[in-house]
Design a protein around this ligand. Structure first.
Ligand SMILES: Cc1ncc(COP(=O)(O)O)c(C=O)c1O
Length: 464
């Protein structure tokens, strides 16, 4: 189906949004003079302009116009305890007061505690920290290519592994080509990088076998998200993860779980903790940073030692690697999640389920039948994530990036842009239609989300 044109609807919503947010509008004018597109992260720069936030606590952020916005984006899904939780801010304040927090340029005991926690909860033998998920996946791929002396990187079409050369291939769905998920998504990449990346289909064991049959000898690593977030809140099946483990082992390829989203989201640890499938390398970021820029590559000693003295892989650290305040936040976050695992994760899963069903019900009642993905499965039960989609054919299965990101299968502009702006008019912030639940969210917040979805859907149908 040809994508619908929502430009008139968007312009009416944008006018109303502009009227009620004069401060954010004014700041945006200044921002456009000095920042590219008015900011530094394109997903935050919604149109006509983003709400400029001055405070954030728990489930809410407050913008410069005084709107108290119920937030399901929660720091790109990092804030599993909500915004600025005391569990993290107290140790940070205490650290700064005693003279520990800003950059030291030395090493300390805290990063040992962080690495011990990460190893204990993920089955890894060695860890090296860095500062972003993009860097972590880039280093993991460099380690795999060095360990295997092979060139190719196999990934899942639609997978997001951050902005690094191998990660910027096969992310967006292209309707105008035979190979919808195989293009380089950026100018300026090293020549030939697109040829180094092979693409598999999510949860499709047959195609995975096929790729290994054809290219097994040259594949250095298979990198995948156990839970695909930006591609539409889709969990990998246990069978797919198992096949990935078996095939990579058989072909001498390293298996990399990109757990930047999944890590500590479904349990206080990595995917191997719930699936018993151990990758060779795993990447973590977001939640493990406790709201600070922390990321990690964790894996077998044999592979990770390639980053060490004499190993030859220049994963040797950056100025802000293991930044003191970041490590304070990281240890506080991981310890809290480990100590309260049995209370936190079942509660998140229950509220996640309630949020997904509430959103579907409210949108349907408002005249916009939708599908909310993100339910847990046999690999990752108990999900607190969700995305909203508007498939043109509601009767077809809807469980892969080939559907969720294909504008000919579902109305991507309606879910990602129109609904986001309409919900912002109700003081609710979502990403891809929903986002993630934190421990700061309550059942009242979920019913408020439902009310907002109903109003937004009515507004959209009335204007359409
Ligand atoms: C699965 C996954 N990998 C890697 C990244 C990149 O992480 P960062 O944004 O910290 O560079 C992201 C970011 O959203 C992600 O979701």
């Amino acid at each position: 189906m040809k994508p619908r044109d929502h430009s008139r609807l968007l312009s009416v919503l944008a006018d109303e949004y502009t009227r009620r947010s004069p401060r954010s509008a004014a700041i945006n004018k200044d921002a456009l003079r000095v920042l590219v597109d008015g900011g530094s992260h394109s997903i935050r720069l919604l149109r006509p302009f983003p709400p400029r936030i001055r405070e954030a606590r728990g489930a809410f952020v407050t913008d410069e116009d005084g709107h108290r916005i119920l937030d399901f984006w929660q720091g790109h899904h990092a804030n599993i305890l909500g915004h600025n939780p005391e569990e993290i801010t107290n140790p940070l304040s205490e650290g700064f007061t005693r003279g520990f927090g800003l950059q030291s340029g030395f090493t300390d005991a805290l990063q040992v505690h962080a690495a011990e926690l990460l190893c204990a909860r993920t089955g890894a033998e060695r860890v090296r920290f860095t500062t972003s998920g993009s860097l972590a996946t880039m280093y993991a791929i460099m380690l795999a290519r060095a360990a295997t002396s092979r060139e190719k990187v196999l990934k899942v079409g639609g997978g997001w592994h951050g902005a690094q050369p191998w990660g910027l291939v096969g992310v967006d769905y292209h309707t105008d080509t035979m190979h919808n998920f195989e293009q380089a998504e950026s100018r300026g990449l090293p020549e030939g990088v697109a040829d180094q990346v092979l693409v598999a289909r999510f949860n499709d064991i047959g195609m995975l076998e096929d790729q290994f049959r054809k290219h097994g000898k040259s594949i250095a690593c298979f990198i995948l998200e156990p839970f695909m977030a930006s591609a539409g809140s889709l969990p990998a099946s246990l069978a797919f993860l198992g096949a990935a483990r078996d095939l990579t082992r058989k072909h001498g390829t390293l298996l990399i779980f990109d757990e930047v989203i999944a890590g500590f989201r479904f349990c206080a640890g990595g995917t191997s903790r719930v699936t018993a499938i151990q990758p060779d390398l795993a990447t973590f970021a977001k939640i493990i940073g406790g709201g600070m820029p922390v990321a990690a590559v964790a894996g077998t000693a044999q592979v990770m030692e390639l980053a060490g003295r004499g190993g030859g892989v220049r994963f040797s650290g950056g100025t802000y690697s293991c930044h003191p305040a970041s490590m304070l936040a990281s240890v506080a976050m991981m310890r809290h999640l480990v100590d309260h695992e049995n209370e936190i994760y079942p509660a998140l899963a229950t509220l996640g389920e309630e949020a997904r069903r509430t959103v579907e019900r409210a949108l349907r009642d408002g005249g916009l039948p939708a599908r909310c993905t993100g339910d847990g499965n046999d690999a990752l039960p108990g999900s607190s994530m969700g995305s909203v989609h508007f498939p043109y054919d509601q009767s077809r299965p809807f469980d892969s990036p080939e559907q969720t990101r294909n504008p000919e299968v579902c109305d991507v502009v309606l879910s990602d842009t129109v609904l986001q702006l309409a919900l912002l008019l109700e003081d609710v912030f979502v990403m891809h239609g929903l986002g993630s639940i934190s421990t700061a969210h309550t059942t009242q917040d979920v019913s408020r989300l439902g009310d907002a979805c109903l109003k937004a859907a009515r507004r959209i149908t009335a204007l359409s």
